[in-house]
Design a protein. Structure first.
Length: 410
């Protein structure tokens, strides 16, 4: 951390680009994430227009989430024992094939809700292997003092995709339909495959490998012994259930029925979040935050939840866009803080398992949240449901601040 602190602030953000392999990895992920962001918008709007039901979108997203949760723990254990780069390549190839199949089905007019459910589930399976492998690969392509920069840059790529991807989706969807957006996402996985293949990461410190289940168990035991990890993962399982899930399911309905607008307005809300997330990642990299990161990030997430309430209840679309942008700043900052803490404070031989357990734990309740949001979508206005979930989240996050370990962790 001291080495990072010595770097002039204007250079901190870009330090990781000095690594050839990180540049390759970043470029591939930037393109893949752009495809993912476009896909999220197209999938949401296509499902809503195909079925006319927010409940159906909730079910599709639930199937995708269950797919991720089904493999992410195994993916983390495998990534700590075997070559992470190879796991990413296999996952990218699988997702290219899966989304390619969706393109064919949609283009031929045979798309049904059942097919969407199957594709969402299988795509989630592949993503569950990819995510922990990526989290463990980043420290192998960039030196430890540059991890803050690397995470900020990856965060900026992710956030940039949320800025540009929804606009790309809205444009392509409006002129050519969902099929073209799905095809764009499929090609982005192929591009990612090529850039990942070109990287030459350093050799990791692999776990001893006593069997997949024992490796997963070792990951659980490690997290159970680190309060700031298990407290945060446990709390955010409920935060994502009550806050993220309703937003994902009900935002199309909010745009269409509350603001009486279309897919372009839906995409702009995502783009506003993305723009804010870029700024949030840059702010983190420039501040080089190394003290009280737990306390600061929890306060940021409380502010984010307050902004969700404004976003959901505003009678004016423009105010919701501004709230989405400010939320993005909070999300970009908070996520980058968390990912940097993981990579700096978790031992390398445990990192992929901890990343996978973070995903599994944090997202473990979201399938229930997605189903619940869909089930209650007809009982109250979408904004009311979203705001209620955010209010519950504020109470949960504030409860986490009662933990001394959270308030004092650097």
């Amino acid at each position: 951390m001291a080495a990072t602190a010595a770097v002039p602030s204007r250079a901190r953000v870009l330090r990781a680009f000095q690594s050839r392999d990180f540049r390759l990895l970043w470029t591939g992920q930037a393109i893949s994430l752009l495809g993912d962001a476009a896909f999220v918008v197209a999938l949401g709007w296509r499902t809503f227009t195909l079925t006319g039901s927010a409940r159906s979108l909730g079910i599709v997203l639930t199937f995708q989430g269950v797919g991720v949760l089904s493999t992410v723990l195994v993916g983390g254990a495998l990534a700590d024992r075997y070559d992470r780069r190879t796991l990413m390549l296999v996952s990218d190839a699988a997702r290219f094939a899966i989304i390619g199949a969706l393109v064919v089905v949609d283009a031929t007019g045979h798309l049904t809700l059942g097919i969407l459910l199957g594709i969402a589930f299988v795509e989630g399976l592949a993503t569950g292997f990819f995510t922990p492998a990526l989290g463990g690969l980043i420290p192998l392509v960039v030196e430890e003092p540059r991890l803050g920069s690397a995470n900020a840059l990856i965060g900026m790529a992710r956030q940039g995709s949320y800025l540009i991807g929804p606009s790309v989706a809205a444009l392509l969807y409006g002129f050519a339909g969902a099929t073209v957006v799905f095809g764009f996402n499929a090609v982005s996985y192929l591009v990612s495959f090529g850039f990942v293949y070109a990287t030459r990461p350093s050799a990791p410190e692999h776990a001893a490998g006593e069997g997949t289940l024992r490796d997963i168990g070792a990951g659980f035991r490690y997290i159970a012994g680190v309060p700031w990890l298990w407290v945060t993962i446990s709390l955010f399982a409920f935060v994502l259930m009550f806050q993220w899930a309703p937003i994902q399911v009900l935002t199309p309905k909010l745009v269409r029925e509350h603001f009486h607008l279309g897919v372009g307005a839906y995409g702009l809300l995502f783009s506003a979040i993305g723009a804010g997330m870029i700024l949030g990642s840059v702010v983190f990299a420039q501040l080089n935050l190394t003290r009280r990161r737990g306390l600061i990030s929890y306060l940021i997430w409380i502010v984010n939840s307050l902004l969700v309430i404004v976003f959901a209840l505003s009678p004016w679309y423009a105010v919701s866009v501004v709230a989405a942008f400010l939320r993005g700043i909070c999300i970009g900052f908070g996520v980058t803080v968390w990912e940097t803490m993981l990579m700096q404070l978790v031992p390398q031989h445990m990192l992929s398992r901890v990343v996978s357990l973070d995903w599994f734990g944090s997202l473990g309740l979201t399938p229930f949240g997605l189903l619940l949001a869909g089930a209650v979508s007809s009982l109250a206005p979408p904004g009311t449901i979203i705001a209620l979930g955010a209010a519950i989240s504020i109470c949960i996050i504030a409860g986490g601040l009662l933990s001394k370990q959270i308030r004092t962790i650097d």
